[in-house]
Design a protein around this ligand. Structure first.
Ligand code: 5CA
Ligand code: ZN
Length: 409
């Protein structure tokens, strides 16, 4: 699949710091020291509805990771998937009497537009589940041949018992795992499974559902976790720097993915850090396509809201916290954007060195975007109250806000 156009990332004087980021698997901070090419996999959308603020907030977090790396003069190899065949997508298409392919294409196109408008850097590899199937089938066959997978009425399941490290990503107890498995696409109550948590690798063809040639597996379609593993191993390999997604992906998705990959390769880790963004809610509940309590990026754009203000609204919240989208959040962002634009619209101003340094320091400190915004607020307030004589300082601040925060002033 093609991704979306890249916005330019202005070069800044000096260099940024290495990122210290919270890793779910150790429940602590790790300092990431990637090689010259930093590698990141971010789980993409299941395209059955438009991009909501929760999605946007999660992709914003991982966009910041890349901006910090670019500022340390590294290159970034970024891979993202699109789950363009899965139960929720097929269910929505059936409900609406729509062709599932058309639905997926339309929502993916809208996602690309939203990402472009929000200045999110595009992945180098943007891969759909459907196009990944030829790479997924041999992995499932290998797991089966190694005794790490078993058949149940034509479906193929991964055996979590095959991975001695199973549980190390989310570090949840068996009870919590079972509850989350039922909530998030698993089928712990299906009779005949070796372990209720075992996830599906290959689903045998069902009447009225799309299916593909699965070699020795028979016709069918892939499970969700193996999709991301196949794509990540193909384009990044083991031991990549960051696996990213919202906190609802820690279990089962990232746990299972790590297990699949570790059993397949005999290597550890799948990712050096598992990074999870908090959940954005609306009216007291997690914003979700299944609940339908959504504020869409595209709706706000069509109402004329500046995408830079939407981005500032996301940045005003620490990526790890759960927070609520409200009109006031957006209003504050609109006002902040106005103040910042006024402050950078003069040829000179207060010195820019300190503010660039503060943004860098804040982001390197577990992506503390709210602290970065406060640093720019202080500079803008100084500009407004007493001004300054540093020629070109507003330009430097403007480029730093663009390069490090993805906001074009
Ligand atoms: N296709 C899979 C990942 S392989 C998937 O989870 N798709 S999704 O469309 O449901 O979600 C896309 C991303 O947005 C995931 O990282 C998910 O954790 C995140 N996300 C979903 N809802 C919210 C929310 N309310 N707040 C923050 N992030 C969210
Ligand atoms: Zn994924």
């Amino acid at each position: 699949m093609y991704a979306w156009p890249a916005s330019e990332v202005p070069a800044l004087p000096g260099s940024g710091r290495d990122l210290r980021i919270h890793d779910t698997s150790t429940d602590g901070r790790v300092t990431l020291e990637p090689g010259p090419v930093a590698r990141i996999y971010v789980c993409g959308i299941t395209p059955y509805d438009a991009t909501h603020m929760g999605h946007a907030a999660t992709y914003n977090a991982f966009d910041l990771v890349q901006r910090v790396w670019l500022d340390t003069k590294r290159q970034v190899q970024y891979v993202q998937n699109v789950t363009d065949v899965d139960d929720p997508l097929l269910e929505r298409a059936r409900r609406d009497g729509e062709d599932w392919v058309g639905l997926a294409e339309r929502e993916t196109a809208l996602f690309r537009e939203d990402m472009t408008a929000l200045r999110m850097l595009p992945p180098q590899h943007y891969i759909g589940a459907v196009e990944a199937i030829p790479g997924i089938v041999p992995l499932v066959e290998r797991l089966r041949d190694a005794g790490a997978a078993y058949e149940l009425e034509g479906d193929v399941y991964f055996s979590v018992a095959a991975d001695p490290r199973f549980g190390e990503v989310s570090r949840l107890d068996a009870r919590a795992m079972r509850l989350l498995s039922a909530e998030r696409g698993g089928d712990p109550d299906r009779p005949g499974k070796k372990n209720p948590l075992d996830p599906i690798l290959w689903l045998a063809a069902r009447p009225g559902e799309p299916s593909w040639d699965g070699g020795t597996l028979g016709r069918g379609r892939p499970g969700w976790h193996i999709e991301c593993v196949a794509i990540a191993l193909d384009h990044l390999g083991m031991g990549f720097d960051v696996q990213g997604g919202g906190s609802d992906l820690a279990f089962p998705h990232h746990e299972m993915g790590a297990s699949h990959a570790q059993v397949l390769t005999g290597e550890h880790p799948f990712a050096r850090a598992y990074v999870h963004a908090g959940m954005v809610g609306l009216n007291g509940e997690k914003m979700s396509k299944s609940k339908g309590n959504l504020v869409f990026v595209s709706t706000l754009r069509h109402e004329g809201v500046d995408p830079a203000a939407i981005r500032l609204a996301l940045l005003a919240h620490h990526y790890r916290s759960d927070w609520e989208w409200t009109d006031a959040v957006l209003q504050e962002a609109v006002e902040r954007l106005g103040r910042w634009r006024a402050a950078v619209s003069r040829p000179d101003g207060p010195p820019s060195d300190a503010v660039v340094d503060e943004i860098r320091e804040a982001l390197a400190d577990d992506l503390d975007a709210p602290a970065a915004l406060l640093a720019v607020d202080r500079w803008a307030a100084l500009q407004e109250s007493v001004g300054g004589t540093d020629e070109g300082a507003p330009g430097v601040v403007s480029r730093a806000v663009d390069a490090l925060l993805g906001v074009a002033l």
